[in-house]
Design a protein around this ligand. Sequence first.
Ligand SMILES: O=P(O)(O)OC[C@@]1(O)O[C@H](CO)[C@@H](O)[C@@H]1O
Length: 403
Amino acid sequence: MRTDQPVPHRPEGPARAPEIVGSDPAGFPWSVFHDRHPLLFQQLRDALPYPPDALRRLAEFEAEAVHGVIGPLEPSAHDRADWDLWSRPYLGLPWTEPPFLWAEVYFYRRLLSATGYFGPGPMRGVDPFAPLKEAELLGPAVDQELAALDRLAGLDQAELSCALLLSSLWGNRADLSFEISADRADGPPAQESAPGALLVDDRAAVLSHLRDRPPGRVCLIADNAARELLPDLVLLDHLLGSGLAASATLYVKPQPCYVSDATVADTLAALRRLRDAPGAAGRTGARLWRAVGSGRLAVSTHAFFCAPFPFRDMPDDLRAELASATLTLTKGDLNYRRLVEDRHWPATTPFAAVTAAFPGPVAALRTVKSDVVVGLDPATAAALESHPGWRTSGTRAVLQFRP
Ligand SMILES: O=P(O)(O)OC[C@@]1(O)O[C@H](CO)[C@@H](O)[C@@H]1O
């Protein structure tokens, strides 16, 4: 990863709204640091038997992250030089003072140090979130979701494309960090079919974009493992099999973060889960297995996916890869925050304007779990104002496209 400052912000796009920070005790970011994170520390200690030095580091980091001020990475950290630069403006401040996106990414980086993930000891390379992700992947809910693929047999290609885009989108509701402290102030989770739950639906435009050109490479920047990654993989299989894509690249995180974010190990586990399933799911898994073997489906990663910056600051090598894709699908809330920048945009700010710096055509598939939203029509935005909590309840979603 580069150690210089992020590339200067490009001039395109509307005047930029203020960044979302965590300093308002009534706000969502504050609750993440003060309500969600203490529960997360407990969940981690329950999930794996940590040795004494890791328990001590976890306790120290918990005290710092919940009540203290931001400290540096340990001197021996392999990425200390990067983070020294990136954290210079924020060291010594309460965790809720910096931009929320920066603070959360750094929180998860520090958490890995505390568990010993990068250390010389027995926890080196041990994903602290693996027990949570594995339980979800092997659980009965996944059996049911995979069995449901058998019922798609009667759909024609267009219907199938629409259905699988939607299931990949709503798969994003399966988010283990969100489940820790889901804010249900806005009522119970909406069903996929609930009228009005999908605030923007650009599926038709996404599909005609793919149909109207020779099949190329589709990239998918994944979010969560297990129950979200499975429908993402099924969607990629469909795009490859239907000729809407000639090849695909699945981008996952280079290291564990944000609790359930997918890594390469999670991807391999999901592929095994699919391949070993009965019926249509098993056939899908077998095709995907072969697609990986033939190179039609590449599983890739980049250090930038765990860096605390919006996508407009991506380094040139990743920019060039994405620029050559016919379409990039970004999954989930965090990737949305990185795509449109985590700012207090008016909700009617055009999606195309704030994503202008993204290299190539892009579609965001995201359930709304944090404050930022753009691209709503004025009537939708106005109607939502009478539903306090709609931005963080995970009951609404957007599927937005910019050619
Ligand atoms: O990216 P995802 O998995 O859809 O959501 C991540 C999330 O749960 O974590 C953040 C708060 O910790 C929010 O952006 C969001 O609610």
